[in-house]
Design a protein around this ligand. Structure first.
Ligand SMILES: [Zn+2]
Length: 476
């Protein structure tokens, strides 16, 4: 049965309600695909659900046929960037760039590399590329622990009353964050080949992770480093609690440092080992070490890449350019959504909300939305100019039925409304193709076919209309 506008209960709005941040969302609300809910939330209307369902089905099919997410996105006209995400294999996450998008990644202006900050390998090109183990952060791991430096001198221990944070120490001593050593305690949970949800933690090992004071630790990089450190199969790292730290180090929380630290394995970020005359906690309240020389005053068990990447870091793929922030919509990635692809090995997940927004962003114009064929709630709308004219109503119903018989998703606008209202709504909702059944053409046995994006219109014989439209949709 052909879907009719009146039974769909679709209502469009001339104006969007206030307080909607982006034009694409204002259009999605006005076109009746989304309803704003309480406190900035949105929910799909039946029309929006229809589009989501079509996209999910399309992606699942592509997955079953061994297709690539890139092919689906390209077919939908979206120029997306593959994004390295720590939790996912290569080519599992895709970002549609747009300046007001909610997701931010780091991207190379010279090559197509992009990655989430915790996943981007630091320390220059790894040579791993993005094939094989490329999404793995490049561990600059020493085969053995680095040899102690035998230079003379020693770290200087000084009284630092009330100093608790990196910023405190910078204010107190003038040593910038970039020359301080931040010591973070983490518990590594590991067990004999168990993973999240499949077993329980059998072992909980405390480690001290060192990064520069002005850097952020990447937990996913620490997890990978822990694999080398523990020899077991770690499946989780979590910040250690106060009692654990006190028990293991004898030092109160927040005053720890690697100099003189006993009984806890130490993993240092490669940048920390490059510091000289550094400052760090002295494992005693209100005391810090200064003039610290890594390698002389402490020797970590492992040196690795532990920090999150930042804008300005060299691109790990080409090495010739530095990374810039890039905002957009993560349309395929981690989290809830439809898992597509053959078997358990595939991890690409459609994120329906962002994908619908990206399609809306890519195709919109001053009249409304403009969906690509196959990425639209309905691919065709059939509009009789005057629904009360039995000849027009019958011709429109026939074209719609013919289209449905050819497997085209078609909506028949059976409203008793002025033609201008129906045309405006067709443009606003953004159906890729409109078929207009009007008195003048119909007298010659013809209807008009209009493409939404180009406004290109031509007259075709009523009997040929469905086939012409199907060809048009197939050819994009
Ligand atoms: Zn690059």
């Amino acid at each position: 049965m052909v879907t009719r506008w009146t039974e769909l209960g679709l209502t469009t709005l001339r104006e969007a309600p206030s307080g909607i941040a982006t034009e694409r969302r204002r259009l999605l609300v006005r076109a009746g695909l989304m309803d704003p809910g309480p406190s900035g939330t949105y929910r799909w209307t039946p029309l929006g659900q229809r589009l989501v369902g079509r996209l999910e089905k399309r992606l699942a099919w592509a997955g079953l046929e061994g297709g690539h997410p890139r092919e689906v996105l390209t077919a939908l006209g979206l120029d997306c960037r593959a994004v390295a995400v720590a939790s996912l294999p290569d080519d599992s996450a895709w970002l549609y760039p747009c300046p007001d998008g909610p997701d931010e990644v780091l991207a190379c202006p010279a090559c197509r590399y992009a990655g989430e900050a915790p996943a981007v390998p630091c320390g220059g090109p790894t040579g791993a590329g993005r094939g094989g183990s490329g999404s793995r952060p490049g561990n600059l791991r020493a085969a053995t622990a680095p040899a102690p430096r035998s230079a003379g001198g020693a770290a200087v221990r000084r009284h630092t009353p009330g100093v608790r944070t990196i910023a405190d120490l910078e204010r107190f001593s003038g040593v910038p964050g970039g020359r301080q050593i931040k010591t973070l305690f983490y518990a590594i949970e590991s067990g004999p080949l168990v993973g999240p949800g499949t077993g329980t933690a059998t072992d909980r090992t405390l480690v001290a992770a060192l990064v520069r004071g002005d850097r952020t630790l990447s937990e996913v990089k620490l997890l990978r480093a822990a694999e080398d450190l523990a020899g077991a199969v770690p499946f989780r790292v979590a910040p250690a609690d106060r009692e654990e730290v006190l028990r293991a180090t004898g030092a109160p929380f927040g005053s720890a440092g690697p100099v003189g630290l006993r009984g806890v394995p130490v993993v240092a970020d490669a940048e920390v080992m490059a510091l000289s005359a550094a400052a760090c906690g002295a494992n005693e309240e209100d005391y810090h070490f200064f003039e610290v020389e890594p390698g002389r005053d402490f020797v970590p068990h492992l040196v690795s890449d532990l920090r999150e990447a930042v804008p300005g870091d060299p691109c790990p793929e080409c090495g010739t350019a530095t990374l810039d922030p890039l905002r957009g919509l993560l349309v395929i990635g981690d989290g809830p959504g439809v898992k597509a692809g053959p078997g358990d090995l595939s991890w690409w997940r459609l994120r329906p909300g962002p994908l619908v927004e990206a399609l809306a962003e890519a195709g919109r114009d001053e009249a409304g939305l403009a969906w690509p064929p196959g990425g639209s709630p309905f691919d065709v709308v059939v509009i009789p100019v005057d629904t009360r004219d039995p000849a027009q109503a019958a011709a429109a119903a026939r074209v719609a039925a013919d289209l449905e018989a050819l497997g085209v998703d078609v909506l028949l606008d059976d409203r008793d409304a002025r033609p201008g209202v129906k045309f405006t709504d067709a443009d606003l909702v953004g159906f890729p193709v409109r078929v207009t059944v009007g008195p003048r053409r119909l007298a010659e046995g013809q209807v008009e076919v209009t493409r939404r994006r180009t406004r290109e219109t031509r007259a075709v014989p009523l009997t040929e209309a469905a086939r012409e439209v199907a060809l048009l949709l197939g050819g994009g």
